[in-house]
Design a protein around this ligand. Structure first.
Ligand code: SIN
Length: 281
């Protein structure tokens, strides 16, 4: 029976029911991947994946992505525990600025898989923005201008040594900043998605720190515009977590942010990333 994807907004994101990610047939896996690329964010409820099951499912989507700066689970070096304890109200909020995962890498992840282990009774939602919809909504003269540009991605304002103090208040996660975060990678601002052939805006304010060959004032105002435009509520899906949820996003065509509005409660999710390719147009 074909996988049924129930849209969650009029723009992108879909919920899939009636599948078990731990025991998908090859046919269902291929269909799921097509749904993931088409809808960009896919929600599968009631999964309760153990780390080994999450790893095994993730590995069927491709090789794991490299995980810099963030300590992973001892037994599962591809799994990050995204955890904030109830008494860590003032600690750094992991994922708390709009970003695409590790976009500063040469080959940023294609997909991210996030599974909910322990969720607060309210708050802690994750918001996603469709960078395909944000691109499609731009006027043609702006599209022509952006197609010619390259964005400079760097993790320097998240993981360089100057940021280490910011990460010290966390007890459930360990972030180890180092000089490699000062490196930068240049990616087309508007790559073509390698699986759908659609143009996407590959931009996020956390890691895009400059626009290549553009005067600083102009680059700053373009980046501010792109941030405001792409995070408009009309391109957004907001996920309210339940334990056992698995959310899979296409990291090449979305950005996301984790909300930090659940002081006094614990939140734990597990994250795996799948290696991608260098963005091209
Ligand atoms: C992340 O950015 O990968 C984590 C998102 C979240 O915790 O909701």
């Amino acid at each position: 029976m074909p996988i049924k994807a129930q849209p969650l907004t009029g723009v992108f994101a879909a919920e899939i029911s009636g599948i078990n990610l731990a025991s998908l047939s090859e046919g269902d896996l291929a269909e799921l991947r097509a749904v993931m690329c088409a809808h960009e964010v896919v929600v599968v409820r009631g999964q309760t994946l153990e780390p080994a099951q999450q790893s095994a499912f993730s590995a069927r989507l491709g090789p794991f992505g490299e995980v810099p700066f963030i300590a992973t689970m001892d037994e599962f070096p591809e799994v990050i525990r995204v955890v904030k304890e109830a008494d860590e109200g003032a600690a750094f909020n992991f994922g708390g600025a709009w970003h695409s995962d590790f976009s500063f890498q040469n080959e940023p992840p294609s997909f991210t898989i996030l599974s909910a282990v322990d969720v607060p009774p309210w708050g802690g939602d994750t918001c996603f923005a469709s960078m395909t919809a944000a691109w499609n909504a731009l006027h043609e003269p702006m599209q022509i201008r952006l197609r010619a540009l390259k964005a400079v991605h760097s993790a320097r304002d998240a993981y360089s040594p100057k940021m280490q103090a910011l990460h010290t208040g966390m007890s459930g996660m360990q972030i180890v900043c180092d000089e490699s975060a000062n490196d930068h990678r240049v990616h087309p601002l508007v790559p073509v998605h390698p699986e759908t052939g659609r143009e996407v805006l590959f931009f996020n304010r956390a890691y895009v720190r400059d626009i290549e060959n553009m005067p600083n004032d102009e680059a700053q105002s373009l980046m501010s515009f792109l941030h405001l435009h792409t995070t408009d509520v009309k391109f957004m899906y907001r996920h309210r977590w339940q334990s056992g949820d698995v959310v899979i996003w296409d990291n090449r065509s979305t950005q996301h942010v984790a909300l930090n509005d659940y002081g006094g409660f614990r939140r734990e999710l597990r994250r795996t990333t799948i290696a991608g390719e260098s963005p091209q147009r």
